[in-house]
Design a protein around this ligand. Structure first.
Ligand SMILES: *Cc1c(COP(=O)(O)O)cnc(C)c1O
Length: 438
């Protein structure tokens, strides 16, 4: 084993917050020929979401104002930037996926898209639509709902994916069964049951819950398993975020180019969400998007997979870690089978965060910016500090020639969940943050 590898594994074992710089990063022109799909796949995904938009606007009143497009706000983190003292005033932003409509988390992008992709296929096969330019609002009729009710959606989840699939599935008329891992929060299960979703509770972790959901779905021809560990649809659903972000940046006259790099800080669980966004961002912004994933020190599955090159064949348990984190959305022992491989030339690095830090940032986000987040959603906040204020971060910046452009760079903290969290749960998060600080 090489020194850097054994040193890296030792740091992960010690649960030591770390910024790993990806030695396999490549310029986009070198990656493009090797990627299994490209910008056309992102555009096709966007087009499908546009086809469904009128239907979604009918199904969800909260989407009327956006014409059925599910998108989040892009807003400045002015007070945070001033208080942080990293010299980021005016250049630190939040992509507020914690408040994405319908599902209240980043899973509203991937989970909902994966269900729509399946619904379109069923609708065409069952004759509910004559073609892709037909009026998709016809899928909001008793006949369509009755047809969808003959199919069952199923998934393994740590909570938020189940929530997004269950909500959109129920709205269209599908039956849904969600297999929840031990980390899943009680309120997420309760919320789904109230919508008529079947919730199967597992005492095991997320990978095990997925495995069981997959096996059950394989035995049932009417069941459609949405496979968070392998799904291209989920991945592409997330990738559209980069195009939407590009429009938001343009509307604010924020440049992204060789002199104006764009840093994205993306919380990572199994990898689909941050991977899809990174894929989209590299397609849209080329080499000027510097994407960093954030994982809990107790569940650095993507870091372990990429560091060792073993991807889904490596498990954080092998390091003696136990997924002992309150970041339930990130509590995953093995990364997606295909995302890590795809990220090899695209991703700039991965850093790890302790729960103590997640709670500190949760509390500070509330005090400074009045946003209520779940712990998983806070992993982005320590990114700028890791990058700008540590030796590992400085080394990454120098190696990529980014240090010369730092005073013109834009930094985006991607907040990934929280809007559906009940008020008393938010209060408990803040209580815990105060205890850890005290
Ligand atoms: C699922 C989730 C993530 C990470 O997405 P993956 O696709 O699992 O990597 C981040 N934050 C929250 C709140 C999530 O629910």
């Amino acid at each position: 084993m090489s020194d850097t590898l054994s040193d890296g594994l030792a740091r992960l074992r010690r649960r030591e917050p770390w910024l790993w710089s990806n030695p396999n990063w490549r310029p986009l022109r070198d990656c493009l020929p090797k990627l299994p799909f490209g910008l056309d796949a992102v555009l096709e995904t966007e087009a499908r979401l546009r086809r469904f938009a009128p239907l979604l606007a009918d199904l969800f009143p909260e989407l009327r104002s956006s014409g059925g497009i599910i998108e989040s706000e892009f807003r400045p983190l002015s007070r945070w930037a001033r208080a942080e003292g990293l010299g980021l005033d005016g250049r630190l932003w939040m992509k507020a996926d914690h408040a994405l409509p319908v599902a209240g988390s980043i899973k509203a992008r991937g989970g909902i898209y994966a269900v729509l992709h399946f619904a379109e296929r069923v609708a065409l096969a069952e004759g509910l639509l004559r073609g892709l330019d037909d009026d998709f609002r016809q899928l909001n009729t008793p006949a369509a709902r009755a047809a969808f009710a003959r199919y069952e959606l199923t998934a393994g989840s740590t909570g938020n994916l189940g929530l997004s699939i269950g909500i959109i599935g129920a709205a269209l008329g599908f039956r849904s069964t969600i297999h929840m891992s031990a980390e899943a929060k009680e309120w997420k299960k309760e919320r789904l049951r109230r919508r008529g979703v079947t919730v199967v509770e597992h005492r095991a972790d997320y990978s095990a819950a997925c495995a069981q959901a997959r096996a059950l779905a394989e035995a049932d021809p009417r069941a459609h398993f949405i496979d968070d560990e392998n799904s291209i649809e989920l991945f592409l659903g997330y990738s559209v975020a980069a195009r939407r972000l590009q429009r938001q940046l343009r509307a604010l006259d924020i440049p992204v180019d060789g002199r104006h790099p764009l840093f994205l800080y993306l919380p990572c669980g199994v990898g689909g969400a941050p991977g899809g966004i990174t894929f989209g961002a590299r397609q849209v912004f080329g080499d000027h998007a510097i994407c960093l994933f954030a994982e809990p020190v107790e569940a650095p599955c993507m870091l372990l997979g990429m560091l060792t090159g073993k991807h889904a064949d490596a498990s954080v348990y092998d390091l003696g870690l136990r997924l002992a984190t309150d970041a339930d959305g990130l509590a995953v022992p093995r990364p997606s089978r295909f995302v890590g491989k795809l990220m090899e030339p695209l991703l700039s690095g991965i850093y790890t965060v302790s729960d103590r830090q997640l709670y500190r940032d949760l509390q500070t986000a509330w005090e400074r910016e009045e946003v209520e987040l779940e712990p998983s959603a806070c992993a982005g906040f320590s990114g700028p500090r890791r990058l700008l204020d540590t030796d590992d971060g400085q080394a990454l910046l120098r190696a990529r020639g980014l240090d010369a452009h730092l005073d013109r760079a834009t930094h985006i903290i991607w907040t990934t969940g929280g809007a559906l969290v009940p008020a008393e749960q938010h209060e408990q998060f803040r209580q815990k943050a105060r205890e850890l600080a005290g």
